[in-house]
Design a protein around this ligand. Structure first.
Ligand code: GTQ
Length: 350
């Protein structure tokens, strides 16, 4: 009797859903549990990209299409849990960009924020609003939203870097704007390294930033490997590693001591040889690059071998432990900057 009544209710509900559907109405109670989950239901999968394999495909693309023709010659690192979305996490994009000797990637700007983390080559540049940042391996270079940028390589070696952008975040807000300058390169406005001299030395011009070329909220855009690696090394020599992170430092915006860009947080870690981090999880899915050393990342049920320039991704809220077989140095970026602004960020240290 009761089963019959339940069945009758279900039939009437289905009929009701069918009638309301053409009016763009739907019952919340059928989907509530999927919408408001007790913990993140992250579609992102833990995954790693072997550098030599990706590099090979990138070089083959380099034989077939020029940087100018492609506008950006980039292979997207697509998360296996997000097919067709051009995303490495739900909120972030990653790609490997190749600039061959003599090439330029033409000048444009967009609302998306970008970082470049150099993997190979020495001496090519990214210019931001006409200021060149001459890049060396493992340098971090930013192109904050709406800043003109072009890339060029006047060296005789290929230059490859990891692009990290907030493309899916901007898409989520339907706030993408972009334009082309119409020239290959922005006219040079100041000498290379100008922003680093003004803002990268714990100093700033006393007259303030109003008269400056750089936007006051985003004055610095080049974080050199030799600087951050040296700082990390000195930190490691003077204190014990944090049990969950190892020795870790955040790249900060000197304007406010906060994240490098409004949506993207970036950091570097050093794990001594033989050190294994205690398990930790956080709500920011994170993209990592192996800068030095070998090890294993344990992410949920997965284990990922870490070698030279492996790029790997850890999903939101999956337990992560990293085991360093030799001294291991990692670079990582995530959407933690955006989540903190929205009071969403959480972490749990076991
Ligand atoms: O260099 O401006 O990988 O606009 C994707 C979109 C790089 C860039 C990417 C971009 C760029």
């Amino acid at each position: 009797m009761q089963a019959e009544r339940a069945n009758e209710q279900q039939v009437q509900l289905e009929a009701l859903y069918g009638e309301m559907r053409p009016h763009q109405l739907a019952p919340l109670w059928e989907v509530l549990a999927e919408l408001v989950t007790p913990t993140p239901a992250c579609p992102v999968k833990a995954h790693a990209w072997d550098y030599a394999t990706a590099r090979d495909y990138l070089m083959r693309a380099g034989d077939l299409i020029s940087a100018a023709q492609a506008e950006r010659r980039v292979l997207i690192l697509e998360n296996p849990g997000l097919p067709g979305q051009s995303a490495i996490t739900t909120s972030l994009y990653a790609g490997l960009q190749l600039i061959l000797p003599g090439e330029v990637a033409p000048c444009h700007r967009h609302s998306q924020c970008a970082l470049r983390f150099v993997l190979e080559g020495n001496g090519a540049f990214t210019a931001v609003d006409g200021e060149k940042a001459v890049m060396a391996p493992f340098d971090l270079v930013l192109t904050p939203g709406w800043q003109w940028h072009d890339h060029g390589n006047a060296t005789d070696r290929p230059m490859i870097w990891l692009d990290g952008l907030d493309i899916p975040t901007v898409r989520h807000f339907d706030a993408s704007f972009a334009e082309k300058l119409g020239e290959a390169a922005h006219p040079e406005t100041v000498p290379a390294g100008d922003s680093t001299s003004r803002y990268g030395r714990n100093l700033r011009p006393l007259r303030g930033t109003a008269a400056d070329r750089r936007p006051a909220h985003q004055p610095l855009f080049h974080y050199r490997y030799e600087d951050w690696r040296g700082a990390l090394d000195r930190l490691a020599r003077t204190e014990a590693p944090d049990p969950h992170l190892g020795h870790a430092m955040e790249f900060v915006n000197p304007a406010n001591g906060g994240s490098i860009m409004p949506t993207i947080f970036a950091h570097a870690r050093l794990l001594p040889a033989g050190f294994r981090t205690r398990t930790r999880r956080s709500s920011d899915a994170t993209v990592f690059v192996v800068v030095e050393g070998r090890g294993t990342a344990y992410i949920g049920e997965e284990s990922i071998a870490l070698a030279d320039r492996t790029v790997f991704v850890a999903p939101s809220w999956k337990p992560v432990s990293i085991d360093a077989q030799s001294e291991l140095v990692l670079f990582g970026y995530s959407d933690r900057a955006a989540q903190e602004k929205l009071n969403l960020y959480r972490e749990e240290n076991a």
